[in-house]
Design a protein around this ligand. Structure first.
Ligand SMILES: [Zn+2]
Length: 165
């Protein structure tokens, strides 16, 4: 994959690693429930460690700190912040993209973790580290139990959050 506008090449290496881990991880046992909830209820789920009071997203079956088995599931926020991002101008097959894709590592609010996803409804020049974003889901009909059930994350809108509560 060719990417342009990478500030620090070390970020890219680190970042692509995250993406592969998170996306292949998804087909594990914990992933099954995670994706079922994404698909059926447009909910992002995590698992909580009661000892450490940490919520893992994507969900883990064991706490990485105390090794406790985790079976407490919780719905987590659909919002997070941009931890790091990169802008892809060229597709995986080497062709130039009509519109650049912004990939971001998104840290979900109040949990330990997050995932790599696309940003949407924002111009690449307006993206900032720490920017607050929210998940935009595909419609129920379009959701098929994958990470792509989330269309993208867009800059968080205050009003919408209130309406959803
Ligand atoms: Zn723990």
């Amino acid at each position: 994959m060719s990417l342009e506008k990478i500030g620090d090449p070390r970020d890219l290496t680190h970042w692509m690693g995250h993406m592969e881990t998170d996306y292949s991880y998804t087909y594990g046992i914990a992933g099954e429930k995670f994706f079922k909830e994404l698909k059926e209820n447009a909910k992002i789920m995590g698992t909580r460690c009661k000892n450490c009071n940490l919520i893992y997203v994507p969900p883990r079956l064991f706490c990485e700190r105390c090794f406790e088995k985790l079976d407490t599931w919780e719905t987590v926020s659909k919002r997070g912040s941009v931890h790091t991002y990169t802008i892809a101008n060229i597709d995986i097959d080497g062709s130039k993209l009509k519109k650049p894709i912004i990939w971001a590592m998104i840290k979900i609010d109040n949990v330990h973790g997050g995932f790599v996803h696309k940003l949407g409804e924002v111009d690449s020049k307006d993206v900032e580290i720490g920017m607050h974003v929210e998940a935009v889901f595909k419609s129920r009909k379009e959701r098929e139990g994958s990470m792509l059930d989330i269309k993208y994350f867009r800059p968080a809108k205050q009003k919408l959050e209130k309406a959803l509560r």
